[in-house]
Write a protein that binds this ligand. Structure first.
Ligand SMILES: NC(=O)c1ccc[n+]([C@@H]2O[C@H](COP(=O)([O-])OP(=O)(O)OC[C@H]3O[C@@H](n4cnc5c(N)ncnc54)[C@H](O)[C@@H]3O)[C@@H](O)[C@H]2O)c1
Length: 442
């Protein structure tokens, strides 16, 4: 996007907001047939798995130039650069330090696909540098970092999309519409289950030399210094508190988000009742829990979380899913399908709702990326802004904190960002950044 276009957007936004209208740029300005110079220039930071998938969805729109790839592992960086060249005919410049990417004036937006412990620093630096951001979920690895990121997006007026792509899924949009239109009657419960083998972590392996081509100090970044261990690296880092929150935050943010979206809640939980343990007899390498049940009481309904790592089967023919229970009907949903099961009206001898069945759903990363790109251009608020990402992440992080401090009931003051009834939990709100990195101040 060139500077002329940027100032045009800014002027349009200001003029439209002065008139109290929503800013929507004419679609044709942004059609796929625009000149390459009008495409959005994106850079990917953290290229291995999900980040690269998300970049692919950007490039598939044909509305995007990939101008830079950044990874601290040269093996990943070179392989992904080759793939971008082969699949899309583009040759981004390659970097090992994201700060050099942010110095480039031609980068409009960055995709952050690093492990969770890096999200906050890179996102805040990107916002400061005037870039829009697609940051993978969970928004950050701690409560304190989530709060900082919400402030940064506001202060620097950036478009920030958190990678909770179910917000753009046909299945879950349908489910939200059915429930919000009253189809299942008064909502009473949102029961969530998540069973995944990978949640147990990896088979223990000894510490080893850092693989050639890896800048391990930069991979650790603000996290504590440690000897390299392959289990704490690509992919399986998510089972260690220094970098992730296990299944609870990996899947929790996606699924609990559905229980918050249904009533448009964008706050952390007032109260969390948690059972967290390691009950699987296998010896695996991880910090995080393999078994968790959590109750999140809401004003007039309840969300429950039922998680079992090392188990892959679940009800509704799915390892994960969400069950919405209302007075008139129950809806079960996963990413591919949903069913509405009506209650029976004894007096009228009719079902209390219309049975619905849909099984043509799909993963919705592409739709989530479309929404992000639309918002980059229109300056509208994306489908999963930082406030929404924060609310989901806090539900996951507070449950993990309850397990870590071994306190069943935690009470959270979302205005003052403090636990009311546990000082040890308060100590886990912020991470301690390893020097020379500093927790950003906004
Ligand atoms: N939305 C979803 O459905 C979904 C699914 C999977 C993963 N994710 C999220 O995507 C993120 C990445 O997960 P993954 O499974 O791809 O992890 P991964 O370990 O496979 O990839 C992370 C990459 O980031 C690189 N990296 C680490 N620090 C870096 C830094 N400072 N600068 C540049 N690169 C750096 C690593 O070298 C690695 O190549 C996580 O936040 C994860 O939770 C989201």
């Amino acid at each position: 996007m060139n500077l002329t276009r940027r100032s045009f957007i800014k002027k349009s936004t200001m003029a439209a907001s002065a008139m109290g209208t929503i800013t929507i740029l004419p679609r044709r300005v942004w059609s796929a047939s625009v000149a390459p110079s009008d495409k959005v220039n994106v850079a990917l930071i953290g290229c291995n798995n999900m980040g690269f998938g998300i970049l692919g969805h950007h490039l598939d729109t044909q509305m995007v130039n990939c101008v830079a790839l950044c990874d601290v592992d040269k093996n990943v960086l070179n392989a992904k650069a080759q793939e971008v060249k082969n699949r899309y005919g583009q040759q981004p410049v390659l970097y090992g330090d994201y700060r050099q990417v942010l110095e480039r004036n031609d980068v409009d937006a960055v995709i952050i696909g690093t492990p969770d412990h890096w999200h906050c620093l890179i996102m805040v630096d990107a916002c400061q540098a005037g870039k829009d951001v697609y940051v993978e979920k969970p928004m950050a690895n701690t409560i304190g970092e989530c709060n900082i990121m919400v402030k940064a997006a506001k202060k620097y007026q950036r478009v920030v999309q958190v990678g909770q792509q179910q917000r753009d899924s046909k299945v879950f949009k349908d489910v939200m519409n059915l429930i919000k239109s009253g189809e299942i009657g008064k909502l009473r419960k949102v029961n969530i289950w998540a069973n995944f083998n990978y949640g147990l972590g990896a088979i223990p392996r000894p510490d080893s030399e850092v693989p050639p081509g890896v800048d391990y100090d930069m991979w650790l970044g603000p996290a504590p210094k440690r000897q390299f261990n392959p289990n704490r690296f690509h992919g399986s880092w998510r089972h260690f508190w220094d970098y992730g929150g296990g299944l609870m935050s990996d899947w929790g943010v996606h699924l609990i988000d559905m229980g918050l979206w249904i009533t448009d809640l964008v706050e952390g939980p007032e109260k969390v009742i948690t059972y967290a343990a390691n009950l699987c007899p296998k010896t695996m390498h991880r910090d995080t829990f393999d078994t968790m049940n959590v109750i999140f009481p809401k004003k007039d309904y309840v969300i429950t979380w039922d998680m079992t790592a090392g188990i892959q089967q679940g009800p509704f023919d799915s390892s994960y899913g969400v069950q919405f229970i209302g007075d008139n009907a129950t809806i079960c949903a996963d990413r591919l399908k949903y069913r509405l099961y009506p209650e029976w009206d004894e007096e009228k001898k009719t079902p209390k709702a219309k049975a619905v069945s849909y099984d043509k759903g799909s993963e919705s990363h592409r739709q989530h990326v479309d929404n992000f790109l639309h918002c980059v251009k229109s300056r509208e608020t994306p489908s999963c802004p930082p406030e929404v990402g924060r609310a989901a992440a806090l539900h996951a992080h507070i449950s993990n904190i309850a397990g870590r401090v071994e306190q069943t009931v935690l009470e959270w003051d979302d205005v003052n960002n403090r636990f009311i009834n546990c000082e040890r939990a308060n100590e886990l709100i912020f991470p301690e950044y390893r020097k020379p990195w500093h927790l950003p101040e906004i």
